[in-house]
Design a protein around this ligand. Structure first.
Ligand SMILES: [Zn+2]
Length: 50
């Protein structure tokens, strides 16, 4: 979890197209940009710099 709950929530609702990396809303079955069905949820935890 990051410092910003709102940001975490927003990230959790974003799905990324595996093909063109466009953002899609959670629950989307196809990419809105290229129509690809290959979506993945955006990772909630972002790697922090070490
Ligand atoms: Zn796409």
């Amino acid at each position: 979890m990051g410092k910003f709950p709102l940001a975490d929530e927003a990230l959790a609702q974003v799905w990324i197209c595996r093909k063109c990396k466009a953002r899609n809303k959670a629950g989307a079955t196809k990419c809105r940009k290229c129509g690809s069905p290959y979506l993945r949820p955006k990772h909630r935890e972002i790697k922090a710099k070490k």
